[in-house]
Design a protein. Structure first.
Length: 330
Protein backbone atom coordinates (compact mmCIF):
# COMPACT_ATOMS: atom_id res chain seq x y z
CA UNK A 1 0.00 0.00 0.00
CA UNK A 2 0.95 3.63 -0.28
CA UNK A 3 0.86 5.57 2.99
CA UNK A 4 1.11 9.16 4.04
CA UNK A 5 2.61 9.53 7.50
CA UNK A 6 2.47 13.08 8.83
CA UNK A 7 4.97 13.98 11.54
CA UNK A 8 7.34 11.41 10.03
CA UNK A 9 10.39 13.09 11.58
CA UNK A 10 8.74 12.97 15.01
CA UNK A 11 9.17 10.27 17.62
CA UNK A 12 6.13 8.08 16.93
CA UNK A 13 6.06 8.99 13.24
CA UNK A 14 9.66 7.87 12.77
CA UNK A 15 9.10 4.45 14.33
CA UNK A 16 5.79 3.95 12.51
CA UNK A 17 7.38 4.79 9.17
CA UNK A 18 10.26 2.39 9.82
CA UNK A 19 7.80 -0.45 10.46
CA UNK A 20 5.75 0.34 7.36
CA UNK A 21 8.84 0.43 5.14
CA UNK A 22 10.11 -2.81 6.65
CA UNK A 23 6.74 -4.40 5.81
CA UNK A 24 7.20 -3.48 2.14
CA UNK A 25 4.90 -0.49 1.91
CA UNK A 26 5.63 2.75 0.08
CA UNK A 27 5.62 5.68 2.51
CA UNK A 28 5.52 9.42 1.93
CA UNK A 29 6.61 11.29 5.04
CA UNK A 30 5.54 14.84 5.82
CA UNK A 31 6.97 17.11 8.52
CA UNK A 32 7.54 20.85 8.93
CA UNK A 33 10.68 20.28 11.08
CA UNK A 34 9.72 23.00 13.55
CA UNK A 35 12.05 23.93 16.39
CA UNK A 36 9.80 22.97 19.33
CA UNK A 37 12.66 20.60 20.18
CA UNK A 38 15.99 19.74 18.55
CA UNK A 39 15.78 19.86 14.77
CA UNK A 40 19.05 17.92 14.78
CA UNK A 41 17.31 14.94 16.37
CA UNK A 42 14.56 15.09 13.74
CA UNK A 43 17.14 15.22 10.95
CA UNK A 44 18.94 12.22 12.47
CA UNK A 45 15.68 10.27 12.37
CA UNK A 46 15.17 11.27 8.73
CA UNK A 47 18.70 10.11 7.94
CA UNK A 48 17.72 6.64 9.16
CA UNK A 49 14.49 6.70 7.16
CA UNK A 50 16.30 7.79 4.00
CA UNK A 51 18.02 4.40 3.90
CA UNK A 52 14.71 2.98 2.67
CA UNK A 53 14.18 3.39 -1.09
CA UNK A 54 10.43 3.15 -0.49
CA UNK A 55 10.48 6.34 1.62
CA UNK A 56 9.99 9.85 0.24
CA UNK A 57 10.08 12.96 2.41
CA UNK A 58 8.51 16.38 2.03
CA UNK A 59 9.24 19.27 4.37
CA UNK A 60 5.81 20.81 4.43
CA UNK A 61 3.29 22.22 6.90
CA UNK A 62 -0.19 20.71 7.21
CA UNK A 63 -1.62 24.21 7.75
CA UNK A 64 -0.94 24.91 4.05
CA UNK A 65 -4.05 23.40 2.45
CA UNK A 66 -3.07 24.13 -1.17
CA UNK A 67 0.25 22.32 -0.87
CA UNK A 68 -1.40 19.48 1.03
CA UNK A 69 -4.03 18.96 -1.67
CA UNK A 70 -1.32 19.05 -4.33
CA UNK A 71 0.54 16.32 -2.46
CA UNK A 72 -2.62 14.19 -2.35
CA UNK A 73 -3.13 14.82 -6.08
CA UNK A 74 0.41 13.62 -6.83
CA UNK A 75 0.20 10.48 -4.70
CA UNK A 76 -2.70 8.07 -4.57
CA UNK A 77 -2.55 7.37 -0.84
CA UNK A 78 -4.31 4.20 0.25
CA UNK A 79 -4.26 5.16 3.92
CA UNK A 80 -3.12 8.08 6.05
CA UNK A 81 -1.54 7.92 9.51
CA UNK A 82 -1.69 11.42 10.94
CA UNK A 83 0.82 11.94 13.75
CA UNK A 84 1.82 15.57 13.14
CA UNK A 85 0.80 17.93 15.93
CA UNK A 86 2.04 20.66 18.18
CA UNK A 87 2.78 18.56 21.24
CA UNK A 88 3.38 19.42 24.88
CA UNK A 89 0.93 20.21 27.66
CA UNK A 90 2.98 22.92 29.38
CA UNK A 91 4.02 24.61 26.12
CA UNK A 92 0.34 25.08 25.27
CA UNK A 93 0.10 27.51 28.18
CA UNK A 94 2.82 29.68 26.64
CA UNK A 95 2.07 29.48 22.93
CA UNK A 96 -1.64 28.73 22.43
CA UNK A 97 -1.80 29.89 18.81
CA UNK A 98 0.64 27.20 17.67
CA UNK A 99 -1.85 24.61 18.92
CA UNK A 100 -4.80 26.26 17.21
CA UNK A 101 -2.90 26.47 13.92
CA UNK A 102 -1.46 22.95 13.76
CA UNK A 103 -3.86 20.88 15.82
CA UNK A 104 -7.10 22.48 14.62
CA UNK A 105 -6.55 24.09 11.21
CA UNK A 106 -3.97 21.49 10.24
CA UNK A 107 -6.25 18.64 11.27
CA UNK A 108 -9.27 19.88 9.32
CA UNK A 109 -6.96 20.19 6.30
CA UNK A 110 -6.01 16.51 6.70
CA UNK A 111 -9.68 15.55 6.99
CA UNK A 112 -10.57 17.52 3.90
CA UNK A 113 -7.73 16.07 1.85
CA UNK A 114 -8.70 12.53 2.89
CA UNK A 115 -12.33 13.21 2.02
CA UNK A 116 -11.55 14.60 -1.41
CA UNK A 117 -9.26 11.68 -2.27
CA UNK A 118 -11.34 8.78 -0.87
CA UNK A 119 -8.66 7.56 1.53
CA UNK A 120 -9.52 4.09 2.83
CA UNK A 121 -8.66 4.78 6.46
CA UNK A 122 -7.41 7.76 8.46
CA UNK A 123 -5.69 6.84 11.72
CA UNK A 124 -4.82 9.87 13.82
CA UNK A 125 -3.12 10.62 17.13
CA UNK A 126 -5.23 11.71 20.05
CA UNK A 127 -3.95 11.73 23.63
CA UNK A 128 -4.63 10.44 27.12
CA UNK A 129 -4.70 14.12 28.14
CA UNK A 130 -8.32 14.30 26.95
CA UNK A 131 -9.32 12.51 30.18
CA UNK A 132 -8.31 15.56 32.24
CA UNK A 133 -8.87 15.08 35.96
CA UNK A 134 -10.98 11.97 35.42
CA UNK A 135 -11.28 10.33 38.86
CA UNK A 136 -12.41 6.96 37.51
CA UNK A 137 -9.56 4.59 36.74
CA UNK A 138 -8.58 2.94 34.52
CA UNK A 139 -9.53 5.44 31.83
CA UNK A 140 -12.08 4.00 29.42
CA UNK A 141 -13.09 5.31 26.03
CA UNK A 142 -16.63 5.29 27.42
CA UNK A 143 -15.73 7.89 30.07
CA UNK A 144 -16.88 11.50 29.59
CA UNK A 145 -14.06 13.76 28.43
CA UNK A 146 -15.60 17.21 28.62
CA UNK A 147 -13.25 18.88 31.12
CA UNK A 148 -9.73 19.19 29.63
CA UNK A 149 -7.17 20.91 31.84
CA UNK A 150 -4.89 22.18 29.07
CA UNK A 151 -5.36 23.72 25.64
CA UNK A 152 -3.38 20.82 24.17
CA UNK A 153 -5.95 18.39 25.59
CA UNK A 154 -8.79 20.56 24.28
CA UNK A 155 -7.36 20.49 20.74
CA UNK A 156 -7.02 16.70 20.86
CA UNK A 157 -10.62 16.29 21.99
CA UNK A 158 -11.63 18.69 19.22
CA UNK A 159 -9.82 16.44 16.74
CA UNK A 160 -11.93 13.50 17.86
CA UNK A 161 -15.14 15.47 17.35
CA UNK A 162 -14.01 16.81 13.97
CA UNK A 163 -13.12 13.30 12.80
CA UNK A 164 -16.49 11.98 13.94
CA UNK A 165 -18.25 14.72 11.96
CA UNK A 166 -16.34 13.87 8.75
CA UNK A 167 -17.04 10.17 9.28
CA UNK A 168 -20.73 10.87 9.77
CA UNK A 169 -21.11 13.29 6.86
CA UNK A 170 -18.82 11.70 4.29
CA UNK A 171 -18.41 8.07 5.40
CA UNK A 172 -14.68 8.63 5.86
CA UNK A 173 -13.38 5.83 8.11
CA UNK A 174 -11.43 7.41 10.97
CA UNK A 175 -9.79 5.95 14.07
CA UNK A 176 -8.39 8.09 16.88
CA UNK A 177 -5.76 6.65 19.20
CA UNK A 178 -5.34 8.04 22.71
CA UNK A 179 -1.65 7.49 23.45
CA UNK A 180 -0.42 7.13 27.03
CA UNK A 181 3.08 8.53 27.88
CA UNK A 182 5.14 7.04 25.07
CA UNK A 183 8.88 6.53 25.66
CA UNK A 184 11.82 4.72 24.08
CA UNK A 185 14.78 5.20 21.71
CA UNK A 186 14.68 8.36 19.58
CA UNK A 187 12.21 9.83 22.12
CA UNK A 188 11.23 13.45 22.59
CA UNK A 189 13.60 15.63 24.66
CA UNK A 190 10.67 17.47 26.30
CA UNK A 191 9.32 14.26 27.85
CA UNK A 192 10.15 13.16 31.41
CA UNK A 193 12.04 9.92 30.48
CA UNK A 194 14.44 11.89 28.26
CA UNK A 195 14.79 14.83 30.66
CA UNK A 196 15.38 12.59 33.68
CA UNK A 197 17.96 10.43 31.90
CA UNK A 198 19.83 13.47 30.61
CA UNK A 199 19.94 15.14 34.01
CA UNK A 200 20.93 11.98 35.89
CA UNK A 201 23.81 11.22 33.51
CA UNK A 202 25.00 14.84 33.70
CA UNK A 203 24.79 14.94 37.51
CA UNK A 204 22.10 17.59 37.41
CA UNK A 205 19.00 17.66 39.66
CA UNK A 206 15.73 16.38 38.27
CA UNK A 207 12.51 18.28 38.93
CA UNK A 208 9.81 16.10 40.47
CA UNK A 209 6.37 17.65 40.57
CA UNK A 210 3.73 17.15 43.28
CA UNK A 211 6.39 15.50 45.51
CA UNK A 212 6.37 12.52 43.15
CA UNK A 213 2.74 11.73 43.99
CA UNK A 214 1.96 10.99 40.35
CA UNK A 215 1.70 7.91 38.17
CA UNK A 216 1.78 7.38 34.45
CA UNK A 217 0.90 4.53 32.11
CA UNK A 218 4.37 4.53 30.52
CA UNK A 219 4.15 2.77 27.14
CA UNK A 220 7.17 1.60 25.17
CA UNK A 221 7.35 2.85 21.58
CA UNK A 222 7.38 -0.62 19.97
CA UNK A 223 4.10 -1.45 21.70
CA UNK A 224 2.58 1.84 20.56
CA UNK A 225 3.56 1.23 16.94
CA UNK A 226 2.19 -2.30 17.14
CA UNK A 227 -1.13 -0.85 18.29
CA UNK A 228 -1.12 1.70 15.45
CA UNK A 229 -0.44 -0.87 12.76
CA UNK A 230 -2.96 -3.37 14.09
CA UNK A 231 -5.79 -0.85 14.20
CA UNK A 232 -4.67 0.52 10.85
CA UNK A 233 -5.64 -2.85 9.38
CA UNK A 234 -9.06 -2.73 11.08
CA UNK A 235 -10.92 0.25 9.61
CA UNK A 236 -14.61 0.63 10.46
CA UNK A 237 -15.11 -0.17 6.77
CA UNK A 238 -13.35 0.71 3.54
CA UNK A 239 -14.33 4.03 2.03
CA UNK A 240 -14.85 2.49 -1.41
CA UNK A 241 -16.99 -0.38 -0.09
CA UNK A 242 -19.44 1.07 2.47
CA UNK A 243 -22.33 -1.04 3.58
CA UNK A 244 -25.17 1.31 2.83
CA UNK A 245 -27.48 -0.70 5.08
CA UNK A 246 -25.22 0.02 8.06
CA UNK A 247 -25.98 3.50 9.31
CA UNK A 248 -23.35 3.42 12.05
CA UNK A 249 -20.82 6.23 11.75
CA UNK A 250 -17.40 4.78 10.76
CA UNK A 251 -15.49 6.53 13.54
CA UNK A 252 -13.70 4.74 16.37
CA UNK A 253 -11.56 5.64 19.39
CA UNK A 254 -9.09 3.41 21.24
CA UNK A 255 -6.66 3.76 24.12
CA UNK A 256 -3.08 2.72 23.36
CA UNK A 257 -1.17 2.12 26.56
CA UNK A 258 0.44 -0.57 28.64
CA UNK A 259 -2.54 -0.83 30.95
CA UNK A 260 -0.33 -0.71 34.03
CA UNK A 261 0.36 2.63 35.73
CA UNK A 262 3.76 3.22 37.34
CA UNK A 263 4.57 5.59 40.20
CA UNK A 264 6.83 8.39 39.01
CA UNK A 265 9.38 7.62 41.73
CA UNK A 266 9.47 3.96 40.65
CA UNK A 267 10.11 5.07 37.07
CA UNK A 268 12.99 7.23 38.24
CA UNK A 269 14.42 4.25 40.12
CA UNK A 270 14.33 2.25 36.87
CA UNK A 271 16.41 4.96 35.19
CA UNK A 272 18.84 4.96 38.12
CA UNK A 273 19.24 1.19 37.79
CA UNK A 274 19.78 1.40 34.03
CA UNK A 275 22.30 4.24 34.29
CA UNK A 276 23.98 3.09 37.50
CA UNK A 277 23.68 6.67 38.81
CA UNK A 278 21.57 7.98 41.71
CA UNK A 279 19.42 10.99 40.92
CA UNK A 280 19.54 14.37 42.62
CA UNK A 281 15.91 15.18 43.32
CA UNK A 282 14.34 18.62 43.47
CA UNK A 283 10.72 18.59 44.59
CA UNK A 284 8.37 21.08 42.93
CA UNK A 285 4.63 21.79 43.23
CA UNK A 286 2.04 20.48 40.79
CA UNK A 287 2.18 22.30 37.46
CA UNK A 288 -0.83 23.83 35.68
CA UNK A 289 -2.21 21.46 33.05
CA UNK A 290 -0.73 18.34 34.69
CA UNK A 291 -2.81 15.44 35.95
CA UNK A 292 -1.92 13.18 38.86
CA UNK A 293 -2.60 9.76 37.34
CA UNK A 294 -3.12 8.07 33.99
CA UNK A 295 -4.12 4.47 33.41
CA UNK A 296 -5.33 3.03 30.13
CA UNK A 297 -8.13 0.54 29.78
CA UNK A 298 -7.00 -1.19 26.57
CA UNK A 299 -9.67 -3.89 26.55
CA UNK A 300 -11.47 -2.58 23.45
CA UNK A 301 -8.20 -2.45 21.47
CA UNK A 302 -7.37 -5.97 22.60
CA UNK A 303 -10.82 -7.22 21.61
CA UNK A 304 -10.61 -5.55 18.21
CA UNK A 305 -7.03 -6.46 17.26
CA UNK A 306 -5.59 -8.91 19.80
CA UNK A 307 -3.14 -6.21 20.91
CA UNK A 308 -1.14 -6.93 24.05
CA UNK A 309 1.86 -4.80 25.15
CA UNK A 310 4.98 -6.93 25.46
CA UNK A 311 7.81 -4.69 26.71
CA UNK A 312 8.27 -4.49 30.48
CA UNK A 313 9.22 -1.21 32.11
CA UNK A 314 12.77 -2.26 33.14
CA UNK A 315 13.46 -3.58 29.64
CA UNK A 316 12.05 -0.50 27.95
CA UNK A 317 13.98 1.92 30.17
CA UNK A 318 17.19 -0.08 29.65
CA UNK A 319 16.75 0.09 25.86
CA UNK A 320 16.16 3.83 26.03
CA UNK A 321 19.22 4.48 28.20
CA UNK A 322 21.38 2.34 25.89
CA UNK A 323 20.18 4.35 22.89
CA UNK A 324 20.72 7.65 24.70
CA UNK A 325 24.29 6.78 25.62
CA UNK A 326 25.05 5.61 22.10
CA UNK A 327 23.42 8.57 20.33
CA UNK A 328 25.08 11.19 22.56
CA UNK A 329 28.36 9.27 22.97
CA UNK A 330 28.12 9.10 26.76
Amino acid sequence: MKYLVTGAAGFIGFHTTMRLCAAGHEVVGLDNLNNYYSVGLKLARLEQLSLWKSFTFYQQDITDLDHLLTLFDQHAFTRVIHLAAQAGVRHSLENPHAYADTNLTGFVNILEACRQHAVQHLVYASSSSVYGMNAKIPFSIEDPVNQPVSLYAATKRANELMAYTYSQLYHLPTTGLRFFTVYGPWGRPDMAPFKFTKAILEGQPIEIYNAGNMSRDFTYIDDVVEGILRINDCPPYYANEPDESDQETPARLFNVGRGAPVRLLDFIECIETATGVKSIRKMKPMQPGDVQHTWADISTLTQRTGFQPSISLPEGVSRFVDWYRDFYNI
